[in-house]
Design a protein around this ligand. Structure first.
Ligand code: ZN
Length: 311
């Protein structure tokens, strides 16, 4: 049987990053402004090395190319998902992503980006930017061109354990103090709408105003339809948080044992809290791994919170 594939995350320093990936998750981070841990990634900007001895020296993208059988021989020239943990010490820029069609046409064949967030931690009364308040495309363009940010930006209240799906065309931003597990399409195409007039080395970061106006959905999805509370889901079973064209995401709070069958083409798993074992192998908070195709019976034991994803 093929082994569980363990990954060595790639870390990204960001102007808005902090140190909690080190202090809370125990990772060996590169600096005090570490914004992202790319826990399961085959993206060229951060292609994770495989930790297993049997795949020594290989990255996830190489494994995808050389051992398609591990991923159910899926069609597609790249590993389709990207799993990150984000530590936002400061606000992230307000942004939007294109869909596949727009990205293919305008971004050299790249994928678009659908993503979703699981709130690992956040301050009391935290709010995220999800959606906007423009009612028509004309009003949208006007608000953005005129910089009417207070009118434009829509905040939604969130708490630990909330789950938010961000479809392409959704204006969004993670705010200061939030730690989030992001499951997304394997793409890095982001259009920055507004960056709070911040300067990096004396200069503002590039904005993508016209592309943003092209792709933003008007009107935005309602606030109620945007946030899902996952805190009262039953323990000791996988609970599906979302199923869309690109991924399925599941949450498990384990207190004891769970046996299940891995019958997806592959199953990504990230341990967000606690520790335990998977088929006897030790796992703990901060571990990211992939159960390959045909893996079969899985036995989890311990006290853990996990997020999993499949295509
Ligand atoms: Zn995004």
């Amino acid at each position: 049987m093929n082994p569980i594939i363990f990954l060595k995350p790639v870390f990204k320093e960001m102007i808005w990053g902090g140190n909690r990936l080190g202090t809370d998750f125990g990772y060996d981070i590169p600096g005090e402004k570490t914004g992202e841990c790319w826990g399961i990634s085959a993206h060229p900007n951060g292609d994770d090395e495989i930790a297993n001895d049997c795949y020594a020296g290989m990255t996830l993208s190489q494994l995808w190319d050389k051992h398609p059988e591990l991923f159910g021989n899926l069609d597609g020239d790249r590993f389709p998902l990207l799993i990150k943990i984000i530590d936002a010490k400061d606000n992230l820029s307000i942004q939007v992503h294109p869909n596949d069609e727009y990205a293919a046409k305008n971004e050299k064949g790249s994928f678009g980006k659908t993503e979703c967030w699981y709130i690992i931690d956040c301050p009391e009364n935290a709010k995220l930017v999800v959606g906007h308040n423009a009612k028509t495309h004309e009003e949208l363009a006007d608000m953005i061109h005129e910089g009417k940010w207070n009118d434009f930006i829509r905040y939604v209240p969130i708490k630990k354990g909330d789950f938010i799906q961000i479809d392409p065309g959704t204006v969004h931003a993670i705010t200061s103090g939030c730690m989030i597990l992001e499951t997304q399409q394997n793409s890095d195409i982001t259009y920055r709408v507004y960056d709070y007039d911040r300067l990096t080395n004396g200069k503002p970061r590039e904005l993508h105003v016209e592309k943003s106006i092209d792709v933003i959905t008007v009107p935005a999805k309602s606030t109620e339809d945007s946030v899902k509370d996952t805190n009262d889901l039953p323990k000791n079973q996988w609970n599906k948080l979302i199923e869309c064209d690109y991924y399925k995401v599941y949450k498990l709070v384990l207190d004891g044992e769970l046996e299940f069958e891995q019958d997806h083409p592959f199953l990504n798993m990230s341990v967000l809290d606690g520790e335990g074992t998977i088929n006897g192998q030790k796992i703990k908070k901060g571990d990211h791994f992939i159960l390959p195709a045909g893996y079969g019976k899985v036995k989890l034991s311990g006290n853990m919170e996990l997020i999993a994803s499949a295509v």
